[in-house]
Write a protein that binds this ligand. Structure first.
Ligand SMILES: N[C@@H](CCC(=O)N[C@@H](CS)C(=O)NCC(=O)O)C(=O)O
Length: 118
């Protein structure tokens, strides 16, 4: 089972690399503002999780430089479970007005990114 999942994961990564979406281009000043805003976001994710790949593709499409956090690493996993509530990726950590919010579900995350940055 592990080996099948591993192989599927590699296929997903390969297809994702071959069919990488085109990055949105913005004027430099506008991109700098977006980069500043996305510093307050982190995506807890696994490299080969299809739902995480879906979110990363949207990030690329919109040219959003969001910090990726590997939730396989024990320390990151523990923080995700303790603060967000459960071990599920992707999960977007949003820091805003001194508060931290955690957003689960790839479709919800994509909607949030589209609404805020598209
Ligand atoms: N409906 C969720 C599904 C997410 C999901 O199933 N993620 C898997 C990884 S692909 C997960 O977090 N599993 C828990 C684990 O690995 O322990 C979404 O669209 O984000």
């Amino acid at each position: 089972m592990f080996i099948i999942r591993w192989i599927l994961g590699r296929i997903i990564l390969l297809l994702n690399a071959i069919f990488a979406p085109k990055k949105r281009q913005r004027p430099q000043a506008q991109q700098a503002i977006i980069d500043q805003q996305t510093q307050a976001l982190s995506l807890y994710q696994y490299a080969a999780c299809p739902f995480c790949v879906k979110v990363r593709r949207e990030m690329r499409r919109q040219n959003l430089n969001i910090n990726l956090v590997d939730a396989k690493q024990a320390q990151n996993k523990a923080l995700l479970v303790a603060q967000a509530g459960k071990l599920q990726v992707p999960c977007l950590r949003i820091e805003q007005d001194g508060q931290t919010q955690w957003l689960y579900e790839s479709n919800e995350i994509i909607s949030y990114l589209k609404q805020r940055f598209a």
